[in-house]
Design a protein. Structure first.
Length: 807
């Protein structure tokens, strides 16, 4: 018998209390880190990052600051944002015409005609190293532990040597904009503190030792472009003796030593100069330090942990296992070798680490997370540690909304908006078109031109893809002010570009992108699937945004174009989703980019329920491409399989990622280290448990069998809803929805097919209706709504087998 009934508030409160506190939120190791990429532990406040090594006698904190980039304005040979002085529009139009007439062009041919070597593109830089040497000792080290506490946002090191115990802790504060380290010992400490910078910059160092504090000031400018930087360090012992020793500070005494570091540049995210003429980096760093010192260490530490925990503790995943007792490197190495509880513990830790990394590498007031988040130790990092916009930057922000971390997204929005001014020049230069566009990759200085990497350089759909993040923020938050003021103008500009640039395809008169290139794969053609799917997604979103913004004329223009647009959704001869308009797919290709499934994720045009044939074709494509791949590609595939409602396959991809593409410090490796995989997988794990891309909150769309029981708390669904859910072998057992806006909510869950309870707390009794597994009700902002499974057939079978076991 089916039944729905209201639970009493008392029962409701009881249910709410059953979500257990997430654990598995500490990465820990029993030895110091020898290797930056593989072992050191990242801390950060979005702008400043540091890698903690935890050496016994010598500590190294390798420091980064988001804006320290070579290249751009001030570079020798000038800077042109990657745009040649002469218009490229005729060359692009010529290739477009040939392609529309049926020609194909190899990537190399296209790059010869349209490509251009990077011109003063620059690289993200290391800011230097804070080096604190203690006294070397031959005594054995015991009880060593190096850890990263994700709940507190603090890295710690502790060990015993000889008669003394040592403890250090490190964090980078967002509210106070300083890096803080603390050296505690039960014995005497002899420390030598200095700051080392790479030799591609000028450097002026000053050391002043006073009675109670000593200061190291380091400043200079990058030789490549004159960008100024400054580091200010204060050594603040509770007692003892300080002295200057060349470019170092010496400390000797029996007390705790606190070190605070501030780092600034005169970079400004503003076209076209990217410099802040009003900022003297040294003065700015001194101000940061002065304010933090005045607050005192305990207050700065408390403010940091409160700020970090306010974001981090919002979401709690529990996969039903206790905290693992293994050090994290061994836990990872043992993954998949038969201990299911240990495997779940690592998955939970990895999920938490992804959320931690986003908080640590993306906070308001700085550049967005780059290919390495905020961490970099090189002057020539892989791929310049830049912003690749043919998947990577976008993937970094996939968890921002669903993992309830919208506070990490402002840097992305600021950055995309800063691309509009140069992006307009790119639209004119390459297409003689209005609006704005960007190609494959960009830097801190609004680089919007093409490069000459044949198999990737052509990606004019990047702006349209980036615009999706603005619209998604609106969908998740329901913030119409944001939509009108920020999303709409940006989306309109991206759409104006495509309204002007799309061409009629002589094959069928449909509107197509030409030249079009499926990222890193395939020949140049007209109308490759990904190009079409991205433009369709932009148009759908922009038409909806135009209606909210009240520009009906623009909405109608887009509707008309949508009516003629090739949607890039074709099923080919071996049942696959076609990557190109012509059926060219090679069933043997295992290429890592599966760009033509954009419409499955992060788009929403392919869905196993709404478009089952296309979903089956997407599955065919994914089967052919295989599950073995590089880090971010596996992460994307977790999301694909989750969207196909195949939890076990999504989990298989996650397992592959943890086994083959994860370093001992749990960083994702392409290889090399690329942070996108961490973020993509974190988002994918949420997609496995809850989805909301079609106006319904779908509970457990892709729960793998391996996740027998558990709960997740605090995740976000589109429509401004916070979701908690609990499950066991019989499926979802409890769902709690906390809407932030009034309006109709639709929830889909298998539990609605059986006996269930529907309860609420706060607000008025909602009107509700149920159709199959879908419950619709009028939600009130601030209310709490609960669904609870009651005695399903599966529950009875489980109960019977339990009592059989008991007898
Ligand atoms: C994507 C990958 C590349 C590289 C780059 C940063 O374009 O296909 O291999 O990882 O990102």
């Amino acid at each position: 018998m089916r039944q729905s009934r209201r639970l009493t508030s008392c029962a409701v409160l009881l249910l709410a209390g059953t979500f257990v506190r997430a654990d598995n939120s500490v990465l820990w190791y029993d030895g110091p880190a020898a290797h930056w990429e593989q072992e050191a532990l990242p801390i950060g406040n979005g702008r400043i990052g540091a890698m903690v090594f935890g050496g016994v006698s010598a500590e190294r904190l390798q420091v980064s600051e988001k804006s320290l980039w070579t290249g751009g304005p001030g570079s020798e040979g000038g800077y042109d944002h990657g745009l040649l002085p002469a218009s490229q529009a005729a060359a692009v139009a010529d290739i477009s015409r040939q392609l529309l007439q049926g020609a194909t062009l190899t990537a190399e041919e296209a790059a010869r005609k349209l490509g251009r070597p990077m011109h003063n593109y620059g690289d993200y830089q290391s800011f230097g190293d804070l080096l604190v040497d203690g006294e070397a000792s031959t005594e054995p080290v015991v009880d060593y532990r190096r850890e990263l506490d994700l709940d507190a946002g603090v890295a710690r090191v502790r060990f015993k040597q000889g008669m003394a115990g040592y403890r250090r802790s490190f964090f980078v504060s967002h509210p106070d904009q300083v890096l803080v380290g603390r050296w505690v010992s039960t014995g005497t400490q002899n420390l030598r503190v200095r700051y080392a910078v790479p030799d591609n910059r000028s450097v002026h160092t000053q050391v002043i030792a006073g009675e109670t504090s000593a200061r190291i000031s380091v400043s200079g400018a990058l030789k490549a472009n004159g960008l100024r930087y400054a580091v200010e360090i204060l050594v603040l012992p509770d007692c003892g003796r300080l002295s200057a020793d060349g470019d170092a500070v010496r400390y000797e005494g029996d007390c705790t030593v606190t070190i605070m570091l501030a780092a600034r540049t005169n970079y400004l995210l503003r076209f076209p100069d990217y410099r802040n003429a009003d900022v003297d980096p040294t003065r700015a760093a001194i101000q940061d330090l002065a304010a933090a010192v005045k607050r005192t260490y305990p207050v700065v530490a408390q403010r940091h942990t409160a700020d970090h925990a306010a974001l981090f503790s919002r979401v709690q995943l529990d996969l039903g296992v206790p905290r693992s007792k293994l050090p994290t490197d061994r836990l990872r190495a043992a993954y998949g070798s038969g201990d299911a509880a240990a495997d779940r513990a690592l998955e939970q830790l990895y999920f938490n680490f992804g959320r931690y990394l986003l908080i640590a590498s993306s906070r308001a007031g700085t550049l967005p997370a780059n290919l390495q988040g905020v961490w970099n130790d090189k002057d020539k990092p892989p791929w310049n540690a830049d912003y690749h916009v043919n998947i990577n930057l976008q993937m970094n922000y996939w968890p921002a909304e669903s993992a309830n971390l919208a506070e990490t997204a402002p840097p992305l929005f600021d950055f995309i908006e800063s691309l509009v001014a140069p992006g307009k020049l790119a639209a004119q230069n390459y297409f003689n078109a209005p609006g704005w566009t960007v190609f494959l990759n960009t830097n801190a200085y609004g680089y919007v031109g093409v490069i000459d990497w044949p198999t990737a350089f052509w990606q004019p759909e990047a702006a349209a893809w980036l615009a999706q993040h603005f619209y998604e923020h609106y969908l998740f938050s329901g913030d119409t002010e944001f939509l009108k003021k920020r999303a709409w103008p940006l989306m309109r500009g991206a759409a104006e570009f495509w309204l002007a640039v799309l061409a009629a395809d002589p094959r069928d008169d449909k509107l197509v992108v030409s030249p079009s290139y499926s990222p890193e794969h395939g020949p140049f053609t007209a109308g490759a699937a990904m190009s079409q799917q991205i433009v369709a997604d932009l148009f759908e979103n922009t038409a909806a945004a135009a209606r909210v913004a009240g520009d009906m004329a623009f909405a109608r223009r887009i509707d008309a174009a949508l009516g003629r647009l090739d949607r890039g959704l074709r099923i080919g001869k071996w049942g696959q989703l076609q990557e190109w308009k012509a059926d060219l797919d090679d069933p043997k290709s295992d290429h890592r980019h599966v760009s033509h499934l954009f419409a499955l994720h992060p788009g929403r045009a392919i869905d196993p329920v709404k478009t089952p044939d296309l979903a089956a074709a997407a599955r065919k494509t994914l089967d052919a491409r295989g599950d073995a791949s590089t880090g971010w590609s596996r992460a994307w595939k977790i999301n694909f399989w989750a969207r196909l409602h195949d939890g076990d396959r999504a989990h298989k991809l996650l397992a592959g990622l943890l086994r083959d593409s994860t370093l001992p410090n749990l960083w994702d490796t392409h290889p090399p280290f690329q942070i996108d995989g961490n973020f993509g997988a974190t988002a994918g794990m949420i997609e496995m448990l809850m989805q909301s891309q079609h106006g319904e909150i779908v509970i457990l769309p892709a729960r793998p069998a391996a996740w027998e029981q558990g709960s997740i708390k605090g995740i976000r669904a589109r429509g401004n809803v916070t979701v908690d859910l609990q499950w066991d072998r019989c499926g979802a057992s409890v769902v709690e929805l906390r809407p932030g806006s009034d309006g109709a909510l639709k929830v889909r869950s298998d539990m609605l097919g059986g006996e269930y309870g529907f309860g609420y707390e706060g607000g008025k009794t909602p009107q509700f209706s149920r159709e199959g597994n879908l419950l619709t009700f009028m939600a009130r902002r601030g209310g709490k709504y609960f669904l609870k499974r009651v005695n399903s057939h599966c529950d009875q079978v489980e109960e019977a087998s339990r009592s059989k076991e008991a007898h």
